[in-house]
Design a protein around this ligand. Structure first.
Ligand SMILES: [Zn+2]
Length: 185
């Protein structure tokens, strides 16, 4: 099954590696899948290989569950768990980002460069993204309106009226169900 990138934020795309397709499906079924996902999102996997990613799976899933809880909290406007924030800060401190000054030909620019690689680094980059999100956006996190879908996303639509993870996956299905209901009446 292919990954879905409908979250409008890295950390939400990570939460969306667990979906409902009739039943709960984990798209990070093994170390290979976790590594593929990290590569698909351009995160620094390094040379550690699938085995390291396999070993990190239990922690990865528990971090993902905490992020889902945080997404629900942000959607509901409730306070974030202080222990979770401490965990986010620990991950960022253990895997910092260096600022690099470089001349790309068209001029000087600074670039953020991760100083570590591997599965812990990937989780730390997700933590960095979560921190950035909470500090700069923090609102308009939503869950898809389809009850049988658990995709979460950052609603960047103009009036913040996005209801579905995607029109193709859930929006049209809901419309078709509405049509069928009207016809049956
Ligand atoms: Zn959906």
């Amino acid at each position: 099954m292919s990954f879905i990138f409908l979250g409008n934020a890295l950390w939400l795309d990570f939460v969306n590696t667990q979906i409902i397709d009739g039943e709960l499906v984990d798209l990070l079924a093994g170390g290979d899948a976790f590594m593929d996902w990290a590569r698909a999102t351009d995160l620094p996997t390094g040379e550690s290989g699938a085995k390291a990613f396999d070993t990190a799976l239990i922690e990865t899933r528990s971090f993902r569950a905490q992020l889902r809880e945080a997404a629900n909290g942000l959607a509901a406007g409730t306070a974030l768990n202080p222990d979770f924030i401490a965990d986010i800060n620990r991950r960022m401190a253990e895997h910092p980002v260096a600022t690099i000054l470089e001349n790309s030909g068209s001029g000087w620019a600074t670039r953020a460069k991760p100083v570590t690689t591997g599965p812990d680094r990937v989780l730390a980059d997700i933590a960095h993204d979560f921190a950035r999100f909470v500090a700069t956006e923090g609102t308009n996190v939503r869950k898809c309106s389809n009850e049988r879908c658990c995709v979460v996303f950052y609603d960047t639509s103009k009036n913040h009226t996005r209801r579905w993870c995607s029109m193709e996956a859930c929006g049209n299905r809901a419309k078709a169900a509405g049509r069928r209901a009207r016809i049956a009446q």
